[in-house]
Write a protein that binds this ligand. Structure first.
Ligand code: SF4
Length: 228
């Protein structure tokens, strides 16, 4: 008896005129507001972003090229996983995207790559050609961050995220820091931290994470998202 056909993993998906690259389902955080954590839900629009393993560079590159790079407003590393868990893949694909003429390459990140790697990785992202970064700040203090986005780093993760944002604002053209609007979180306090670090602040309504509809045309709703 033959096995049922398996659906190929979604490695590149368009939303509006942007293209999103899905390179891992592994995270460092276990955010309390994440639909992946709460509902085992990996969907964005019509796309199921669950990955059973880590695709190699060539598979992601082929998917990106098949989806089309010409005319894209931007190409974004995102998905229900932390792209910098695969830092070398992000760097290599960024170099290829820039060499192919993509105007804007953005990384959506938890901002913990430098803590994980034991060095400031922002200069490496800059050297690869990364244009923009969207960092999940998610709190105005370390205790709240550790409660909303628990990890093995505990409260130490928060200062590492802020250090990452500081380094990014010094080196990259465009840096955004976001917070998900869960009950009790102060938007003004989060904004003050983000703007104090030199980043543009984005307040993201709770409940829309990962569940943005695919637009019919034109504007990319996906651009509203940082990490899911
Ligand atoms: S919100 Fe993002 S960083 Fe947090 S668990 Fe979900 S995918 Fe990972």
């Amino acid at each position: 008896m033959s096995s049922p056909p398996t659906t190929p993993p979604v490695l590149a998906y368009p939303l509006g005129d942007a293209l999103y690259l899905n390179i891992t389902s592994s995270c460092t955080l276990a955010c309390v507001f994440c639909p992946k954590i709460g509902d085992d839900d990996f969907t964005v629009g019509d796309f199921d972003l669950r990955l059973k393993g880590n695709p190699d560079v060539e598979a992601i590159w082929s998917a990106a090229r098949a989806a089309g790079l010409a005319g894209r407003s931007e190409v974004v590393f995102t998905g229900f996983g932390e792209p910098t868990r695969r830092l070398e893949v992000v760097l290599e694909l960024t170099r290829r995207l820039k060499a192919a003429g993509v105007g804007r390459v953005r990384l959506d990140t938890d901002g913990l790559a430098s803590l994980r790697e034991g060095r400031d990785v922002v200069p490496e992202l800059q050297a690869a050609g990364l244009d923009a970064v969207s960092v999940s700040l998610n709190a105005a203090d370390a205790a709240t961050y550790a409660r909303l986005c628990p990890s093995r780093y505990g409260e130490a993760a928060y200062s590492a995220v802020k250090d990452f944002i500081r380094s990014a604002t010094a080196r990259l053209g465009e840096v955004a820091a976001s917070a998900v609007g869960v009950d009790g979180l102060s938007e003004p306090d989060c904004r003050a931290v983000a703007e104090g670090l030199g980043a543009r602040f984005k307040w993201r309504p709770y409940g829309r994470i990962g569940r943005v509809p695919v637009p019919q045309s034109g504007v990319s709703r996906g651009a509203d998202r940082a990490k899911p």
